[in-house]
Design a protein around this ligand. Structure first.
Ligand code: HEM
Length: 400
């Protein structure tokens, strides 16, 4: 990823992704080239940059207050489900500004796409088998196309509604730039973006931008409950920093230094995308004595890299202090710690995802005390993982 990044900067053809993202018109699955360069620049500058993350702060805080209120009123909560819907609400508001009926109907499609994208396809393993394609792929493809066409119709309605309202906003001297859809429509004329590209990018934001950080918060909560010493230390810090305020807001979040270590260690042990997004080699190349032909699909095992015993002492142990006074960071330059990947295709949503994860985690431990059920030992907490494009907990985290 350091020496050969350019040769591996492309993505392979993945049938499911090809259908979902309108034939590679998004950022995550489009091949390396001028189109990807243009779209990546738009996303990094206009949609996920520091300025936009700042503009999204009120949304994050309002949704967080709702979540805290919900946990307060319910005797039993399924934290996994709750975080998932919290993440989707934030993405929905960031993308469309509001959550109304059609936005609500749109969300279950995202769940289905994620499942279809993450499933191992026999056809991908045996690409030359026409029989397999006939038996397996065609049925799956038909199903996915049906789901995609329904999701597409909803996005069309959302866009058309916005276009109708936009003319009056603009006529009244306003700027329609408060959410991602508004920003993309503003770029439509100057950057030559079509509606297909806008829809593909919005899907990217939903598929890459919700589950990733909510899964991270869930794993962090699991590790904190498994390690009461760490929980106590993190909780003491957050309560000290925010005690005068009564709420956790973005303004002082940077002062939570121990919580930053907790998040770093969580991302080391539980990178939400353990195999990143597959890459493809452009030219034949020899790496460490292995010949990798052109157009080979390559997976980078971030999960294994983050636990490599050559670089990490007691790699399986959750120990946030290992990052104390250490310069090791997730910015893609320390090649033994890569939760966000590295190089040209590295995650452009890192700052946005981290801001949301910090805020959520700080709120959850500031407002509530979390303990294991009576008589349950920390070592008995189920930490098994569920296979998919993202690695979630196998069983939901429930507070009874
Ligand atoms: C904890 C949070 C997150 C983690 C750990 C994470 C991790 C990753 C990883 C490992 C990749 C693949 C990088 C590679 O191929 O080397 C990736 C790509 C990507 N991520 Fe994230 N991500 C997170 C949050 C987000 C958010 C919040 C967004 C958007 C709202 C986002 C958007 C993307 C996009 C668009 C790509 C594809 C980039 C490209 O192909 O050029 N991610 N992410």
């Amino acid at each position: 990823m350091q020496a050969h990044d350019l040769n591996f900067a492309s993505r392979p053809f993945i049938p499911a992704a090809n259908i979902i993202f309108y034939g590679g018109r998004d950022i995550g699955f489009s091949p390396h080239g001028p189109y990807w360069t243009k779209m990546r620049k738009i996303v990094a500058m206009e949609l996920l940059g520091a300025r936009r993350t700042k503009l999204l702060r009120p949304i994050m805080e309002q949704e967080m207050a709702k979540l805290v209120g919900l946990i307060n009123t319910k005797p039993t909560i399924n934290l996994t489900e709750m975080m998932l819907s919290f993440g989707n609400s934030i993405t929905c508001r960031a993308a469309f500004g509001k959550i109304q009926k059609q936005e609500e109907v749109f969300l279950p499609f995202i769940k289905q796409f994620m499942k279809m994208l993450g499933g191992f396809s026999l056809v991908d393993l045996f690409p030359s088998s026409n029989l397999l394609r006939l038996l397996v792929a065609n049925a799956a493809e038909r199903k996915l196309k049906k789901v995609h066409s329904a999701a597409d119709a909803i996005m069309e309605t959302i866009i058309n509604d916005r276009l109708a309202k936009r003319s009056s906003t603009v006529a009244a001297g306003g700027n329609d730039d408060e959410d991602l859809l508004g920003v993309l429509l503003n770029l439509k004329d100057t950057d030559d973006l079509g509606f297909t590209e806008i829809k593909a990018v919005i899907l990217d934001m939903f598929l890459a931008g919700s589950d990733t950080w909510t899964i991270t918060v869930e794993w962090a909560m699991s590790e904190l409950m498994k390690h009461p010493r760490v929980m106590e230390k993190a909780q003491r810090e957050v309560r000290k920093v925010f005690n005068g305020k009564g709420v956790v807001d973005e303004a002082s979040i940077d002062r939570l230094q121990y919580l930053q270590l907790v998040l770093k260690e969580t991302l080391r042990l539980h990178p939400p995308g353990p195999l990143a997004i597959p890459r493809e080699s452009k030219e034949t190349i020899v790496v460490n004595g292995y010949k990798i032909p052109a157009k080979t699909r390559v997976f980078v095992n971030l999960w294994a890299i983050n636990r490599d015993p050559h670089h990490w002492a007691q790699p399986e142990v959750f120990e946030p202090e290992r990052f104390l006074n250490s310069s090791v960071d997730f910015r893609g330059t320390d090649f033994h710690y890569l939760p966000f990947g590295a190089g040209r295709r590295m995650c452009p949503g890192m700052h946005y995802g981290l801001a949301l994860a910090y805020l959520s985690l700080a709120n959850l431990i500031y407002h509530f005390d979390w303990k294991l059920p009576h008589q349950m030992k920390p070592e008995d907490l189920d930490m098994r993982e569920r296979f998919g494009i993202e690695v979630k907990r196998q069983n939901n985290l429930i507070r009874a």
